[in-house]
Design a protein around this ligand. Structure first.
Ligand code: ATP
Ligand code: MG
Length: 341
């Protein structure tokens, strides 16, 4: 039986953070180890260029950092094809064809892109590549005929747009070679982890993240800066749990739910200081992050081996993509020279 393909990825715009970990990486490792899937994980450097075109060094440096994060959390190149987007030439070709099957008006309606344009303060200078990145993302998913796409909540509109493009393509070229993918979203509340500043989304580009590679002192310092309840000044003041990032993280990371409930009750009543609460969160985070950090340091000893892994993964991914592209070219009718030498 052929296994179902899943595809997902991350932009090499920095190191991966604990939002990626609970929102996406953890799930990928579980799916990988279930043996039910043929997993493809892509480092989306081409997409990273859409808003970092003038900073190729950042993208290049982040490539190995993201690969190290993958290995540290348990992605295994023997089970998962880990590859680099820009090395898959068919993706550029397929993106070009898709570009004609989507309207500018439709692209303007994508709520995630809309929010990101605001956030990144592009003003009138939105790079065309950024504006159209959901189209290239549709190519990423469909060239591998992925049925499942495990991602965070911000990616839902991209999956919807991909499904539409698949229908448009199959319709335009009277074929059924492309499959409509489905998003696999994290459990409620884990699809969009807030930043340490209380911003709605922890993000590499917003400077509000705790990274999987942060050392213990850095994690502690970041927790100490964390947004709590600005009105909770004296220890005995009653505090608010809602919107308090420390509690959001405890809900996510502390397996001892009874303990968290007790702390919430005490905080709401008054008598639990922010510092004491934060020290507790530091311990909880450390127990999850320490083994990841140690594995990451071990893998980082051999960077050439990391690059070799990415090359091997990209070679394999290219073979799969090229097989799909042959069918795509035939379906569109641009296989003019088929059979000629
Ligand atoms: P950038 O700011 O460069 O866009 P990012 O932090 O948003 O970086 P991406 O590489 O765009 O990270 O996203 C990779 C994956 O991680 C996606 O599936 C996305 O939904 C998920 N993800 C990103 N941020 C979070 C978060 N704060 N909580 C949960 N999942 C997240
Ligand atoms: Mg993003």
């Amino acid at each position: 039986m052929t296994k179902e393909i899943y595809l997902t990825g991350d932009r090499p715009t920095g190191k991966l953070h604990i939002g990626h970990y609970v929102g996406s990486l953890k799930n990928r490792v579980v799916m990988q180890n279930s043996g039910d899937y043929d997993p493809f994980v892509m480092i989306a450097d081409t997409q990273a260029f859409t808003d970092n075109a003038r900073d190729p060094k950042k993208i290049r440096d982040s490539l190995t950092e993201v690969a190290l994060d993958y290995l540290a959390v348990g992605l295994d190149p023997k089970k998962t094809t880990i590859f680099v987007q820009s090395q898959i030439k068919g993706l550029f070709e397929l993106t070009s064809y898709y570009m004609n099957l989507v309207t500018v008006a439709r692209l303007q309606r994508n709520p995630t892109v809309k929010a990101e344009i605001q956030q990144k303060s592009f003003g009138e200078s939105i790079p065309a590549g950024f504006f159209t990145y959901p189209v290239s993302q549709a190519a990423d998913i469909t060239i591998f005929r992925a049925k499942k796409v495990p991602v965070g909540d911000d990616q839902e509109p991209m999956i919807e747009q991909t499904r539409e493009l698949v229908r448009s393509f199959n319709n335009a070229y009277h074929t059924d070679i492309l499959v409509e993918p489905e998003g696999v979203f994290p459990e409620k509340g884990l699809g969009r982890i807030p930043g340490i500043d209380g911003d709605a989304k922890m993000s590499k580009s917003l400077g509000n993240a705790i990274y999987l590679s942060d050392d213990a002192d850095t994690v502690a310092a970041k927790v100490k800066q964390m947004y709590t309840d600005p009105k909770h000044v004296a220890v005995d003041d009653p505090g608010h749990v809602e919107g308090n990032v420390v509690f959001t993280y405890l809900d996510i990371f502390d397996p001892d739910t009874k303990q968290v409930a007790d702390l919430k009750a005490q905080y709401t009543h008054g008598g639990l200081g922010d510092m004491k609460l934060k020290k507790y969160l530091i311990e909880v985070l450390e127990s999850e992050l320490k083994p990841i950090r140690e594995r990451r340091i071990a893998f980082a000893q051999d960077i050439p081996a990391i690059l070799q892994m990415l090359k091997d993964g990209s070679d394999h991914a290219n073979e799969i993509a090229e097989a799909t592209m042959k069918e795509i070219r035939q379906a569109i009718g641009v296989n003019y020279f088929a059979g000629l030498k």
